[in-house]
Design a protein around this ligand. Sequence first.
Ligand code: PBG
Length: 324
Amino acid sequence: MQFPEYRARRLRKNENFQRLIRETSLSVDDLVYPLFAVPGKNFKKPILSMPGQFQLSVDNIGREAQKARELGIPAVLLFGIPAEKDEMATGAFAKDGIVQQAVKRIKNEVPDILVITDVCLCEYTSHGHCGMLEKDCVQNDTTLEVLAETAVSLARAGADMVAPSAMMDGQVAAIREALDENSFEDTPIMAYAAKYESSFYGPFREAAESAPQFGDRKTYQMDPANADEAIREIALDVGEGADIIMVKPALAYLDVIYRAKQEFDLPLAAYNVSGEYSMIKAAASLGWLDEEKAMVESLTAIKRAGADIIITYWAKEVAKLLNK
Ligand code: PBG
């Protein structure tokens, strides 16, 4: 095909042509909406680094899940900020832990929205690392036990799916085994399989009050320079029993999403993380770009790269747009 026989502009002439040949479209069906649960009653505190997002007490989380359901969003993803943090991350697996309470509340009030729970320890440890420490070093195998106990506790509270994000080796297998032993063989695992050590988590760490108190997460999260390693990481999680695999962050890792989609035939999720959201919010607030257009463009790119599921703080906004 060559100019002048082929003229690409013929099919761009007007919006109807554009619609007819559009290859990728967003759907409300693909969206997961992250929420942050905190102790208290009727509490709703704006997260300054993530305009439009809030820390919510359990009663307000129920209401927010209801709004999401009304917009047709199929699932929420819960994070929690406990009243107290300790070395052992006790709040992560406590029977009346903050996320356990939030799960129960949502399942009672909005039974037909899926409740997915993040399974990690950084929000619950006093030091802010994702696992148990020994001599300032995150211990893999002792952490596995705590992650497994946390997953079972969340399933017991009613979680529809658990999403381990601690990047410990063997975490999917440990969680699968523990769930099965406790009769939760039907509870699926969405594995944060390729999770990078990313600066784009910055705003989230304010939201979840989970910044590491010393050092960084480079000994467990992946080096942004690596893509072959992501494929190895994902293959491990698939082998350990992941039902859904995830690449995180999304926008700076579209190549990884693309490769994961080509190589694995499991449903693929991508996490449009806090920094990817906040930088567009910030630029838009200065009038430097159009938020709605930048949002649709970002999410469409993630889908075009191969994601089946998109976890995004824009879930409600994009659902409103798609429902119009
Ligand atoms: C927990 C976790 C993090 C995010 C999701 N789960 C933070 C981190 O790893 O430091 C980040 C999500 C976001 O930035 O939106 N480990």
